[in-house]
Design a binder for this molecule. Structure first.
Ligand code: GLU
Length: 484
């Protein structure tokens, strides 16, 4: 493979089309391009292109720039910051594109047919010395003459890109494999226009976990959608970096700043790579755990406010609540979206208890026990710092319940689940009212919804055992229940 000499500052550009939102594939291109610019001490240029589609929609451009910034990428030249080779919106460079097309005609490299201007592909072969794919030869027979100015007078995409890359003194074009077929045409055009073509690096396809090519139009792999789902830019950058590149030491955890310098094109391969949401979730869980506590707190508060689960400004008590929440769930969740779902569950009055679990609670002793727990809670001025393991076991004992059954019944009545954070955190998170409402709802459902007779058959037609009391001190426990 023809290696790229990277011994000088390179000028590189990222050329998104505002017809699409920034998706995983384009974000990977942007990241690799940015990394090469920063690693070589060169320049990262953002040029917004509308290709053949009419555009100029300022909100679409703003959304792309916002997503790039959110990922942590900054640019030296671009539509918003300007620069020495502007303008940086392709449609604002139309005069230069028309001039280039005109020049091709004048020089005999193009001819008119049916109102359009066609590039005359000479006989021969063009070899693209691709920094990732290696040498790729294109026989000109297979290229055929192509349009450089449409019959409506608008220059075609390839001419615009070639003219702009030359005018912006771009050294290296990094982009996705889907553009490889355009490359021999762009090289031919550049030569015909008297420019030294830039170097090219085409990164391999990105496929989803289902092995299908990721679609640029799939909203789920849009950067904005991933942000809204609660992924952190740190995690996304880690996954994007590994889409076709791997570090020499095989590690998977790196901050953007660490990637600068570590990244090099000779460790980028051209084979397809997999964008895997599960992997991203794992990276994201790790990134959340690594967050400074104040940032985690602030991000969650912001999400809660967006979901109208928190006032603005945040009351002091809510800050304490968030701290307790982070103690309880901060290390468990994979995304901020997941965290928010827990918040919403905790804030709800009602809880869904699986029918069979409800049947297990259908027992006088359990009901009296839960009622006693409710009174106990009502009597506590403060739910933080209670010795719940001890206190609930003592109450359970009064009703002949083994400790694990007692704690398990409380957890089930309060959350509808067997597992979750320690009750000592759950109690202050739920607060007095919700605890009593939830326990009350379970009791009333069991008492009034159905009779108190135990259900006869459980899963698979086997008798379904309810939690049974046993004489205190017998050492026996009820049916297996992980309790708290
Ligand atoms: N505007 C093109 C795209 O979004 C970029 C092509 C290129 O990088 O040369 O696909």
């Amino acid at each position: 493979m023809d290696r790229l000499e990277i011994d000088r500052p390179l000028r590189l550009r990222f050329a998104p089309s505002p017809a699409r939102t920034l998706h995983v594939g384009a974000a990977r291109t942007a990241l690799f391009t940015w990394l090469l610019a920063r690693t070589t001490g060169g320049s990262f240029v953002v040029r917004v292109e509308d290709g053949d589609e009419a555009s100029g929609d300022p909100s679409a451009e703003a959304a792309i720039l916002r997503d790039l910034r959110w990922l942590g990428l900054d640019w030296d030249e671009g539509p918003d910051v300007g620069g020495p080779y502007g303008p940086y919106r392709q449609w604002e460079r139309a005069a230069a594109h028309r001039e280039a097309a005109e020049r091709l005609l004048r020089d005999g490299a193009a001819y008119e047919r049916d109102g359009a201007l066609w590039f005359r592909v000479p006989p021969g072969t063009t070899v693209v010395h691709d920094a990732v794919k290696g040498d790729v030869a294109f026989e000109h027979d297979t290229l055929a003459d192509f349009v450089v100015r449409k019959s409506n007078g608008v220059p075609a995409y390839n001419v615009c890109a070639v003219a702009d890359d030359a005018a912006m003194k771009i050294d290296l074009v990094v982009r996705g494999e889907e553009h490889l077929d355009n490359t021999p045409r762009q090289i031919l055009l550049a030569r015909a226009l008297g420019y030294a073509p830039p170097r090219y690096a085409h990164c391999g396809l990105i496929v989803g976990a289902d092995k299908h090519k990721l679609s640029a139009r799939d909203d789920a792999t849009g950067i904005d959608a991933l942000r809204r789902a609660g992924f952190l830019p740190e995690a996304l950058v880690e996954h994007l970096a590994l889409l076709g590149w791997s570090p020499a030491d095989g590690r998977e955890t790196f901050a953007l700043a660490e990637l600068v310098g570590a990244f090099s094109l000779d460790r980028v391969h051209g084979a397809p790579s997999t964008f895997d949401l599960d992997r991203l979730r794992a990276f994201n869980a790790r990134a959340l755990r690594a967050l400074p506590r104040e940032r985690y707190h602030a991000l969650l508060a912001e999400r809660m406010q967006q979901a109208r689960l928190l006032e603005d400004p945040v009351p002091e008590a809510a800050h304490r609540w968030i701290e307790t929440f982070l103690d309880a769930y901060g290390r468990e969740v994979h995304t901020l979206g997941e965290a928010l779902a827990h918040v919403a569950d905790l804030r709800a009055e009602a809880v869904t208890i699986p029918a069979l679990e409800l049947e297990r609670l259908r027992n006088r002793h359990v009901l009296f026990f839960l009622d006693a727990v409710s009174q106990y809670v009502d009597a506590q001025p403060e739910l933080r710092g209670l010795a719940l393991g001890h206190d609930l076991a003592v109450i359970g004992d009064e009703f002949g319940l083994a400790k694990d059954d007692a704690l398990g019944a409380v957890r089930m009545a309060l959350t509808g689940a067997h597992d979750g954070p320690p009750l000592a955190l759950l109690f202050p998170l739920l607060g007095h009212d919700r605890i009593m409402i939830r326990i009350g709802a379970v009791s009333s459902h069991i008492l009034h919804g159905r009779g108190l007779e135990p259900i006869k058959y459980g899963p698979g037609g086997l008798p379904f055992e309810t939690i049974q009391p046993h004489p205190p001190g017998s050492g026996a426990t009820g049916p297996a229940d992980p309790g708290s």
